[in-house]
Ligand binder design. Structure first.
Ligand code: DX5
Ligand code: ZN
Length: 218
């Protein structure tokens, strides 16, 4: 069970300091938005590059952008250990995943809530992680969409069939209240933004989320 907190709701003037408050986070989930793929604008390559140097945790870059084929390699060069592209935006997802892996990073593919997993079954072996969005991407603090749970279950079944060690990440509205449902459905990697950085002690919240997810699987 991995907890990968989103820094979208953290203090952008002090990202390294915010990362230090969550020392046991498995990755720092960084939400890159371009105001085209989603109606919001956040950060890009230079911020990832600076944080990769300043924070001890590896970086999990979630690209909510058009033209990920063109941009993703630059995020690997900037120091991201895992790069997630949206399949709705990718021109050539197989080539892109291979390129990310060839550069030495983990390749991950994200699906918006209305995008089915089944058409992508054959390309799962090209990936290190699948990200199932549990809100419409674009903003932190939205309500978890229960309608995504069956897709998490179906994705888990496909990943088990493919074998290997492909992680299944959920992102959007994950909290102490919703993380059990995600874990029971088969997720093993959890993004939480407002739940972590809205807590008095973000570091303790990371541990509580992890314990709750682990507890759901027993
Ligand atoms: C949404 C982002 C998420 C989000 C998480 O588009 O991809 O990472 O900020 O924030 P919460 O946990 O508040 O939904
Ligand atoms: Zn995200």
């Amino acid at each position: 069970m991995r907890i990968t907190p989103s820094l979208l709701n953290a203090d952008f003037a002090n990202l390294a300091g915010e990362a230090a408050r969550i020392p046991t986070a498995d990755y720092l989930h960084m939400d890159v938005m371009d105001n085209h793929f989603v109606p919001n604008l956040t950060l890009g390559v230079p911020v990832i590059e600076a944080l990769a140097k300043a924070a001890p945790q590896p970086i999990d870059a979630h690209l909510m952008i058009e033209e990920p084929d063109r941009w993703a390699p630059q995020f690997v060069e900037a120091g991201a250990s895992s790069v997630t592209f949206h399949v709705e935006a990718a021109q050539a997802p197989v080539r892109l995943a291979r390129e990310i892996r060839a550069q030495g990073a983990r390749a991950s593919m994200a699906l918006k809530p209305a995008t089915p997993i089944e058409p992508y079954e054959d390309l799962l072996p090209e990936l290190d992680m699948v990200l199932i969005m549990t809100v419409e991407p674009g903003f932190g603090g939205q309500r978890f969409l229960d309608l995504c749970l069956p897709k998490i279950r179906r994705t888990r079944a496909l990943l088990d069939k493919v074998g290997g060690d492909i992680w299944l990440q959920v992102d959007g509205g994950v909290s102490l209240e919703t993380i059990e449902r995600c874990a029971e459905a088969g997720a093993d990697t959890f993004v939480a933004g407002s739940a972590v950085f809205g807590a008095d002690d973000p570091g303790a919240m990371v541990e509580r989320l992890r314990e709750t997810a682990v507890g759901a699987c027993h």
